[in-house]
Design a binder for this molecule. Sequence first.
Ligand SMILES: *Cc1c(COP(=O)(O)O)cnc(C)c1O
Length: 425
Amino acid sequence: MHHFQYRDGALFAEEVDLRDIVAAVGSPVYVYASATITRHYDLFAKAVGAPRNRVFYAVKANANLGVLQTLAALGAGADTVSEGEIRKALAAGIPAERIVFSGVGKMAHELAFAVEQGIYQVNIETEGELDLLNRIAVERGKRQAAVFRINPDVGAGGHAKITTGSSDNKFGISFEEAGRLYARAANLPGIRIAGVATHIGSQITDVAAFEPAFRRLRALVETLRGEGHGVERLDFGGGLGIPYDVPYPFSQGPALIEAYAGLIERVLGGLEVERGFEPGRLIVGNAGILVTQALYLNPRPARTFLVVDAAMNDLVRPAMYDAYHEIWPLREPAADAERQRYDVVGPICETGDTFATGRSMARVAPGDLLAFMSAGAYGASMSSSYNQRPLVPEVLVRGGEFFVTRPRQTYDDLIGQDRLPVWSA
Ligand SMILES: *Cc1c(COP(=O)(O)O)cnc(C)c1O
């Protein structure tokens, strides 16, 4: 569920009329509802037994400082995949003791920063990383807590590009290698292996997809313990999906979370481990929208193109994952409003810059404001300035207030990042 609703014919984010935000910062603009972030975080944290178990919000889904600050205040930890994300989490008030560092290709300077900050856990994905982390920690006189990310050879996820748990994917250590690496790590003075982690994919809306991976995880824990290794922590990764394609308000959320927590209890109950979770999309996906303005209509014999001012550089999910986003007008259409089919496209010179094809909508006129719904996860965080389009602003709403947590990038910012070469000859 979320907090974007019509009131007297106008779309609101919590108590704020979205037209007021557009009047203040222009279009396109990302808008986030803190009430939705809070609701989703609290529901999830309660279902999985936090704070006894731990929730590390996956920062890559939405790294806005205002979003991170909101989560920090709720007690969330952070799952990060780069030094930049660790720095952002720290800047938003998430302490190092609540930060996990994941990722297949961590660089030496990133591991060094993580160790120096004293983060909670490094999720190791290769033997090379194990050795590098050990060396870095020893050089600093530290012992870093870590877990092995295991590839359970079970693929799942809403799209081939977001499936990560199959042995054909680049992620993690195989089951067969886990015991050997555990034994090796026992002799490394810079590392303390605390357990194992997994993450099988994203946008998973049927919890049954997790079950084979979780069963294999349980078997692995029992095997490792049988070999005399300590396993205190189990990190389940993220991956729970959200509804993108149903009319709102929608409230499957709690049911899915309950089913997920129930599955974990059923499959892994009684194991005596601290459980860790890394939800991203589930927390922020339906907490954000991208507001855009209709620019032009381009009627053709077979279709009508609706050109809007947002583009694939602002929201790449449709182009990259064939993702579906509901499109709601900011002014509520009458129930009997005439409808038309549109191909909703952005201004970029690529056919992939298409948000929707043949979408039936109440008639749109140039100048109308529209919202791409469910754009809070993997929206702004994946945006770029392709075509030299400045990054769009991000606004956080709380109750009747809104705050511009990221102003629109200026042309000076955009150009000033480059340097004109000065040659010596
Ligand atoms: C991307 C990712 C997550 C978050 O995935 P969601 O589908 O957004 O919940 C969690 N853990 C790891 C290791 C990831 O790569």
